[in-house]
Design a protein around this ligand. Structure first.
Ligand code: ATP
Length: 260
């Protein structure tokens, strides 16, 4: 069974069918690419899976549970993280603070939240433990991205490629099983993109399943195990990079002829 799948997911905006009854599948420990022309419905599909927007009809299942109606914060706690097309860092905060905030989203002790007297008695103890936990986990992710030296820098002062990595670090600090990356290579130079490809593989090797929207075909074809293609809201193909590159419908709608 897929780790996550959508069933006939549809999202209409007035007369526009942004996503048209799409069945999208993501398998554990894979890197899945979602591609298609501008306006094909890729970000809308991401938003409807991650609780930022809700489908007109259809379903989203994660680990066998129906998560269609869950708000974004509950989806994060269930083990799904995401980044955005436009970088959304806290610019006036340090690199370290940005990652710690990510960790905060995940850490909310459910027993204490439900039990007020226990919360009163044990709150301080748990808070101290949680603070430690947040601190060391954030350091772990900064280390993973080679950002330890820059931990006290304001995030706005980081080079563009590093800001993108910091956003991924913050998402990973929620300790997800599945991460959605919306155009992670956008605005990167070729060296930064090469570095990003290695980083995404390292993330997958940690046991975090990856889904990415990307227009950089070198990145998509090099690192994705499977690719789904949307066009005008509909899924027109899915398969391995080799199958997608040779698919007539995909070439016509998006990739163009080989000499283009
Ligand atoms: P891109 O590659 O340019 O980011 P995309 O494949 O992510 O494009 P979406 O942003 O999902 O495409 O948009 C799909 C369609 O839905 C477009 O026609 C877009 O104009 C429309 N759309 C998206 N969000 C809204 C909204 N909030 N209100 C109205 N229309 C919307």
């Amino acid at each position: 069974m897929p780790l996550l799948y959508t069933k006939n997911l549809r999202r209409e905006f007035g007369g526009i069918i942004a996503v048209a009854d799409v069945n999208f599948e993501v398998y554990k420990d894979s890197i899945t690419g979602l591609i298609g022309p501008n306006g094909a419905g890729k970000t809308t599909l991401f938003n409807n899976i991650t609780g930022l927007d809700f489908p007109t009809s259809g379903f989203v299942f994660f680990k066998g549970d129906d998560i269609t109606e869950l708000p974004a914060y509950k989806i994060t706690r269930s083990g799904i993280a995401r980044t955005f097309q436009n970088i959304r860092l806290f610019k006036e905060m340090t690199v370290f603070e940005n990652v710690m905030i990510g960790r905060h989203f995940r850490s909310n002790n459910p027993v204490l939240a439900k039990n007020r007297p226990l919360n009163f008695l044990m709150g301080r103890l748990f808070t101290k433990q949680e603070e430690k936990d947040i601190y060391y986990n954030s350091l772990k992710w900064l280390d993973f991205f080679n950002l330890l030296d820059m931990r006290d820098e304001y995030s706005k002062n980081l080079p563009y490629g590093k800001q993108r990595e910091l956003e991924i670090a913050r998402a990973l600090a929620t300790e997800p099983e599945l991460i959605f990356l919306d155009e992670p290579a956008a605005g990167m130079n070729p060296q930064e993109t090469d570095q990003l490809m290695k980083t995404i593989k390292r993330i997958r090797d940690l046991g975090v399943t990856v889904v990415l929207i990307e227009h950089d075909m070198k990145l998509v074809m090099n690192i994705c195990d499977t690719i789904t293609v949307l066009n005008y809201g509909s899924k027109i193909a899915e398969g391995t990079p080799g199958q997608i590159q040779n698919n007539k419908d995909v070439i016509e709608a998006y990739l163009g002829k080989s000499d283009d």
